[in-house]
Write a protein that binds this ligand. Structure first.
Ligand SMILES: NC(=O)c1ccc[n+]([C@@H]2O[C@H](COP(=O)([O-])OP(=O)(O)OC[C@H]3O[C@@H](n4cnc5c(N)ncnc54)[C@H](OP(=O)(O)O)[C@@H]3O)[C@@H](O)[C@H]2O)c1
Length: 245
């Protein structure tokens, strides 16, 4: 089996690559930085995992198209690469102090470009390479705003990503295809995305390893998850059937 995991040089993506790689699945990590990618490949190879990196920048569709040409076939596509907010070099993690009124439309566009348009372009470009029973898994977040957490750019971009996945799923079903696309919400995971701020809420944040194992388990089980959004405890939050009723 062969799996492509985007944004897998660190965080959740790297942990998914480690877990799948240890199950003898050949790993392709999609990375925007060749040097960060190479370091990740070395760490995976040191564990006996067959891993390669391939340049994929969700902000640069040429890299996506070139990567898709280089891949012969795929069993699993894990759309993990994502940004929490508009990217700031000095503050890459999500700024929890930012209120809804602080966001500019440009902030929304920047986040949407990566999480929604970039992910869409990956799906379009790699779909012809997906084997007949291949799976596409998107990594997502809860999208209903609540008083504890409601980052406008991040949540709206992932909401769009979720609907996109459900729409593709519906098409797969209507075509009688054995392909699946579904989304997993791993819950809070201590990574660079949230400034590794696990300490603020003891016991809430998982380690990337725990999230990686959860995602790998759901990606490889024999259930038909097509169209589902599955949260960290296995509960199906929604699927396209609910939307149709
Ligand atoms: N952490 C959480 O609590 C949590 C919860 C639910 C869902 N998620 C989702 O899980 C996914 C991974 O998040 P994480 O927490 O592991 O974050 P992370 O440690 O910040 O990793 C994000 C990865 O995405 C890559 N990336 C960012 N922009 C990219 C672009 N334009 N093109 C290609 N790759 C790009 C990063 O590459 P660089 O190293 O080059 O920046 C990095 O490899 C995201 O989609 C996130 O929304 C996270």
């Amino acid at each position: 089996m062969k799996a492509l995991i985007t944004g897998a040089n660190k965080g959740i993506g790297f942990a998914v690559a480690e877990t799948l790689g240890k199950l003898d699945i050949e790993i392709l990590i999609g990375v925007r930085s060749a040097s960060r990618g190479q370091k990740a490949v070395e760490k995976l190879s040191a564990q006996g995992i067959i891993a390669h990196c391939i340049k994929i920048d969700l902000n640069n569709f040429d890299t996506i198209h070139k990567a898709a040409k280089e891949v012969d076939q795929l069993d699993l596509l894990i759309n993990n690469a994502g940004i929490p907010d508009s990217y700031k070099a000095d503050c890459p993690d999500l700024d929890q102090r930012k209120t809804t009124f602080d966001y500019t439309t440009d902030d929304l566009i920047e986040t949407m470009k990566v999480n929604f348009f970039g992910t869409h372009e990956i799906i379009k470009s790699f779909l012809p390479k997906l084997v007949e029973n291949g799976k596409i898994v998107n990594i997502t977040i809860p999208i209903q705003p609540n008083n504890f957490w409601h980052p406008l750019a991040y949540q709206t971009s992932k909401a769009a990503q979720n609907i996109m996945a459900m729409t593709y799923a519906l098409e797969f079903k209507n075509m009688g295809s054995r392909k699946q696309i579904f989304s997993i919400m791993p819950g809070g995971v201590a990574t660079d995305l949230n400034g590794q701020t696990a300490g603020a809420l003891d016991g809430y944040f998982k380690s990337p390893k725990e999230a990686g194992e959860l995602i790998a388990k759901l990606a490889l089980d024999t259930e038909n998850h097509n169209g589902q959004i599955i949260q960290f405890d296995g509960k199906i939050v929604t699927d396209y059937e609910v939307q149709l009723r």
